[in-house]
Each structure stands twice: as C-alpha cells, then as structure tokens.
Design a protein around this ligand. Structure first.
Ligand SMILES: Nc1ncnc2c1ncn2[C@@H]1O[C@H](COP(=O)(O)OP(=O)(O)OP(=O)(O)O)[C@@H](O)[C@H]1O
Ligand SMILES: [Mg+2]
Length: 182
C-alpha cells in the first residue's frame, strides 16, 4: 500500500459548496469492510456516464472505496491509485452493459493544461464512468460532477457523505442500497 506521506491540499470551501445537492446520503463507516460494502453498493448503483468526485484528505479512503467499487463491478486484478499516470481505465459490467470506468488521481497534476493535453477531457463523454480523486487539482477544466463523495476520518473509522448534483447523480443515489453495519 502506498504510504500517505504527501501533504494535504488546503480545504477549498468555495469548491465544496458551489452547488446545492439535489439529494444526499450520509453514513459512518466503522472499518474498512464498511468502506468495501459501500463501494459494492455504489457499483450496483452506477449509471453509464456518471462523474464522481472523491474529496478527502490523504488516507481518507478514496482509493479504498474505488477499489471496492471496481472489484464489485467485476474487475479481478489489482487497483492501485494512478499516482503517476494520473488515470487508469478499467472495463467492467454495469447492469449487463460493458462500460469503461476511469479512475483518476489528480494530486500530482501540475497544471490544467496537463489534463487537457492528456486528452482526459474527452474521457468525460457521457458513457464512461469517471471517478476522480483530488478533483480540486483539476479546476477549472475538470467537467462537473454528478455525485460528490466527501470522506473524512472519524475516530477509528470514516464518515462519508454522498451528494447528488445532477439528474444522473440523483438516479445513482436513488439506486443506492447501502445498509450501515449495526
Ligand atoms: N472505514 C474505514 N475505517 C478505517 N480505516 C479505513 C476505512 N476505510 C478505509 N480505511 C483505511 O484507510 C486507508 C485509506 O487509504 P486510501 O489509499 O484509500 O486513501 P486515499 O483517500 O485514497 O488517500 P490519497 O489521497 O493519498 O490517495 C487505508 O489504509 C484503508 O485500509
Ligand atoms: Mg488515493
């Protein structure tokens, strides 16, 4: 597992509160198995074309959640954070349909031009599912999210909030079936 040695970016409150969510869902994830269960629930709720932003400090669980989602969606191999390549595509099955899920980690992106030059913007084409860690680094060229996930350390576990910011995001949250462990 990658060590979490890099410094967290300062929180950007403007970016977080730009848009009122159409719906939201909050839960406490007491341990990593709860994160895995939420990832699996999200995999079942995915809709082609969905853009998910993952917010949270280093070690908050963004990659853990994405890994669980991809495994539940049928990806059998490893899932590492694409720290240096910035993006990693996976081919998975969503509701009987073969869909690309592209996982980004923009932490090391040095400029918006890098995002554009890499052709990442074309990935957001309405059919790929795009999951973005450190979306703050993609401003202002990163396409807007349908779902925003906010993860934070809480005691030994994590708190999570999911916000639907579009009709597609609303559809995803309506389909989400996650039962919090008792
Ligand atoms: N609900 C949970 N409770 C406690 N620990 C958890 C929970 N979910 C995940 N973890 C642990 O927290 C860590 C999360 O690491 P992860 O790489 O997913 O963080 P990240 O948010 O992607 O960080 P980075 O910004 O560096 O990419 C892992 O060690 C994982 O085991
Ligand atoms: Mg990560």
């Amino acid at each position: 597992m990658r060590k979490h040695t890099r410094r967290a970016a300062p929180p950007n409150t403007t970016f977080y509160s730009m848009q009122q969510p159409k719906a939201h869902f909050a839960a406490h994830l007491p341990d990593e198995s709860a994160t895995a269960a939420l990832g699996a629930a999200l995999a079942r709720a995915l809709v082609p074309g969905l853009v998910i932003y993952l917010h949270g400090d280093l070690g908050a669980g963004k990659t853990a959640l994405t890994r669980a989602l991809l495994h539940a969606a049928g990806h059998a191999g490893t899932v590492k954070s694409p720290t240096y390549t910035l993006s990693e595509p996976y081919r998975v099955n969503i509701g009987g349909q073969s869909v690309n899920v592209i996982h980004y980690d923009l932490y090391r992106m040095s400029s918006p031009e890098e995002f554009l030059d890499a052709g990442f913007r074309e990935d957001f084409d309405g059919s790929n599912v795009c999951i973005v860690e450190w979306p703050e680094k993609g401003e202002p060229v990163l396409p807007p999210p349908d779902v925003r996930v906010l993860l934070s350390v809480s005691g030994l576990g994590r708190d999570v909030e999911l916000q639907a910011l579009s009709e597609l995001g609303l559809l995803c949250l309506e389909r989400l079936s996650y039962v919090q462990p008792s």
